[in-house]
Design a protein around this ligand. Structure first.
Ligand SMILES: NC(=O)c1ccc[n+]([C@@H]2O[C@H](COP(=O)([O-])OP(=O)(O)OC[C@H]3O[C@@H](n4cnc5c(N)ncnc54)[C@H](O)[C@@H]3O)[C@@H](O)[C@H]2O)c1
Ligand SMILES: [Zn+2]
Ligand SMILES: [Zn+2]
Length: 367
C-alpha cells in the first residue's frame, strides 16, 4: 500500500510503498476510512531534527476513522467491520492519567518512543494502520466515517479546552476564539452547543470569519491592528472572559493578553511557538494562562455524542489520499475551509473541489 510518510525532518513528506501491516498480539488493524490534515503536521514538516525524539519514517495522520480489519492475538470485544474512531494520543495505558482516559497527559510520556499514530508511530494516511490496543478505539456507530474523522482532534482538542473553562462561560460572558480554521470552526460550534457564552471569532481571513458566523459566532473581528479595541467595544469595555488561541503566535498571544478580563482564562492551543513575556503586570489580575494538549478518551466519547445528535459537524473538504501533498499545500496557504480529509479509496472524479485540485503551483506527488 502507499503511505504518506515523513521521512526526514525539515523535508516534505513523501509517498512510500509499504506492506500492509499485520497486527501483533493485542493490536488491531484498522482499514482507514479517512484521516484529517492538521496544522500540527505542517509544524512537524518544518521543525528541525532534534526537536522531537521520534523515529523516522512514520506515516502522517493523527485524526483517523475506519473499520476494524483484523485482530491480533488476544484482542476481544471488537467485531471485524465495526466502524471506529482512533483515539489519537497513545500513552502507556497503565499510569494514573491513562487510567483516567487522559492518555494525552500520560505520566510516562517521556519513556514512550512516540506520541501516537501519525505522531511518531504510523498514522492514518495510508490504506491501513495498526492501533496498538483496543482501548484506543471508540465505536463510531452510524456516524459518517469521512465526516467524523476531524472529531478526533479538530473537535476533541477544543472540546477539552472549552470544558475546563465552562464555569466562566455564563450567560452574559464572552469567549474570544482566535483562529477559526480546523480547530476553531469546531470550537465555535461546541461553544454554541455546550455553553451560554457569546462568541467573538477573530481571524486574518474574512472567509474563515464568515464560516464562523454561520456556525454560531455572534461577532467577527479581523485580526488587524484594531482587533483588541473591537473586542473591548463588543464587551462593553470589560474584555473577554475566556480567550481560546488556536494560533499561538507572538501576535495572537499578545492580542489575547490585551483582551482578557481580570480573572479570565487565556488558553493557548495553537503551536506556532510564539513567546509571551510574563511578569506581574503583563496580564490583568488573576488571569489564568494555560496551554492545553488534545483531550481524554472520555471527552472523545462526548464529542461523538454531540456529533451523533447532529449538534456539531465538521466542515470537510475531501481529498483522495494520493492528493495529500496538495491538501497540505492548500492548508499552508490558508485555502482549506474547515478541515481537509484524506480518503484512501476516493477516485478523482468524486473530489469536492475540482478548482483547488487544478492548482498548478503545488506539485503534489501522485501515485
Ligand atoms: N494543543 C493541541 O492539542 C493542538 C491540537 C491540534 C492542533 N494544534 C495547533 O493548533 C493550531 C491550529 O491548527 P488548525 O489545524 O486548526 O489550523 P488551521 O490552519 O486549520 O487554522 C488556523 C487558523 O488561524 C488563522 N490565523 C493564522 N494566523 C492568524 C493570526 N495571526 N491571527 C488570527 N488568525 C490567524 C488562519 O487564517 C486559520 O483560519 C496549529 O498551531 C496546530 O498545530 C494544537
Ligand atoms: Zn492535530
Ligand atoms: Zn500513561
Amino acid at each position: 500500500m502507499k503511505a504518506f510518510q515523513l521521512t526526514a525532518w525539515g523535508q516534505p513528506p513523501e509517498f512510500r510503498e509499504v506492506a500492509v501491516p499485520e497486527p501483533g498480539p493485542g493490536q488491531v488493524l484498522v482499514k482507514v476510512a479517512a484521516s484529517g490534515a492538521c496544522h500540527s503536521d505542517l509544524h512537524l514538516m518544518e521543525w528541525p531534527a532534534g526537536m522531537l525524539p521520534w523515529p523516522l519514517p512514520f506515516t502522517l495522520g493523527h485524526e483517523t476513522t475506519g473499520w476494524v480489519a483484523a485482530l491480533g492475538a488476544g484482542v476481544k470485544g471488537l467485531e471485524i467491520g465495526a466502524p471506529v474512531a482512533v483515539y489519537g494520543p497513545w500513552g502507556c495505558g497503565t499510569c494514573r492519567s491513562c487510567r483516567l482516559g487522559m492518555e494525552n497527559y500520560c505520566e510516562r510520556s517521556a519513556e514512550q518512543p512516540a506520541a501516537g499514530g501519525g505522531l511518531g508511530y504510523h498514522g492514518g494516511m495510508a490504506e491501513y494502520m495498526i492501533v496498538p490496543s483496543a482501548r484506543l478505539l471508540v465505536p463510531l456507530g452510524d456516524l459518517d466515517p469521512v465526516a467524523a474523522a476531524p472529531l478526533g482532534d479538530a473537535a476533541l482538542t477544543p472540546y477539552h479546552a472549552i470544558k475546563r473553562a465552562l464555569p466562566l462561560m455564563t450567560p452574559g460572558s464572552t469567549t474570544a476564539v482566535i483562529g477559526v480554521g480546523g480547530l476553531g470552526h469546531m470550537a465555535v460550534q461546541i461553544l454554541r452547543e455546550v455553553s451560554a457564552t457569546k462568541v467573538i471569532a477573530i481571524d486574518t481571513d474574512p472567509a474563515k470569519l464568515r464560516l464562523a458566523c454561520d456556525l454560531g459566532a455572534s461577532r467577527a473581528v479581523l485580526a488587524d491592528g484594531d482587533a483588541a479595541e473591537q473586542v473591548r467595544q463588543a464587551t462593553d469595555g470589560r474584555g473577554a472572559d475566556v480567550v481560546l488561541d488556536f494560533v499561538g503566535a507572538d501576535a495572537t498571544i499578545a492580542l489575547g493578553a490585551k483582551v482578557i478580563r481580570p480573572q479570565g482564562q487565556l488558553t493557548v492551543v495553537g503551536i506556532a511557538l510564539g513567546n509571551f513575556t510574563f511578569n506581574f503586570f503583563s496580564l490583568p489580575y488573576e488571569v489564568a494562562l494555560a496551554t492545553t494538549y488534545w483531550g481524554s478518551s472520555v471527552e472523545l466519547l462526548e464529542v461523538l455524542e454531540l456529533a451523533r445528535a447532529g449538534r456539531i459537524k465538521a466542515h470537510v473538504e475531501t481529498f483522495a489520499l494520493a492528493d495529500a501533498a496538495e491538501a497540505y499545500a492548500l492548508l499552508r496557504e490558508g485555502k482549506i475551509s474547515g478541515r481537509a480529509v484524506m480518503v484512501p479509496n476516493l477516485v478523482t472524479s468524486q473530489l469536492a473541489r475540482p478548482a483547488a485540485r487544478e492548482l498548478q503551483t503545488v506539485g503534489a506527488p501522485r501515485d
